[in-house]
Ligand binder design. Sequence first.
Ligand SMILES: [Zn+2]
Length: 302
Amino acid sequence: MSARAPLWTMVLEPGTGKAIELRAGHILRIEQLEGGQCVDFNCFNLHDYKEYMHTGRTRTLYGLHPGKGHFMWSAPPRERPMVYILDDTVQCNDVLFPRCSAYLYESAYGLPVHTNCHDIQSEAQREYGLTPDDVHDSFNLFMHTGIGPDAQPYIARQNSQPGDHVDLLALIDVLAVPNVCGADIMRTSNFSIKPVRLSVFEATAAERAAVPPVAKLPTQRTPTDFKVKRIKADRELRRDPAYVAEFTNVPIRYSELAVSLDAEEYAMLKALARNELYGDDDGAALRDIVFSWWEERFLGKP
Ligand SMILES: [Zn+2]
């Protein structure tokens, strides 16, 4: 889509970020100018800031390094795709590390004055009335990370080049907030901070059609389903004296379902059952088959 004229473009300078109203069907391209620059990314539902991108669900579905062909999901109880990663020329992103912060640089490096993602995100989204507490965990574009044999996360040098880019297709209207990560004393951006280019394009029908369908389910809840619909506006937490617990699905009810199997089917099932893990607990040994299927189907594990 390189020949297409952008609807809007700007260069994002080190130390800064930008809150962008990205409409459904528009693509935000985040592009390397010099290469080697990490860009932290957050997004909110433009019409309801309490719905925001959730690195936890995104990470669980796609692993630590989501990329082309993956969705950015919103947090429970909304849990729906907000953004589709339409293109990614590096395939080197991170959803393991949190955003860097002023405290990180002061506590780890003795630098109380240092550009950092949290403060940049806070300032960029202030344009829309959000507070520093509204910043949430970021999707870290072009950040090269992993988990070492000691189970500790690590950051490695990245190798994005000028022109490398990630294209994010908005599936709902979002406030998209990319920022130039301030980590010039870590491997995150190869020990320097550089500008990147932001561009917004209108998606073609073919690009919109490339998004895999995701079923809408009743458990993807919205504020109309909430018992408390009003957003709390003060800071102190006070007990509601009229509160009576109404937990969803309580009392829990179990139902037994009879499944008839012929001898051959039963033999197949017994062969798959994981009694080596569960001993004579046949129920758990059989449920493990279903869990393994779920892992394979939804987590991509073999
Ligand atoms: Zn950062």
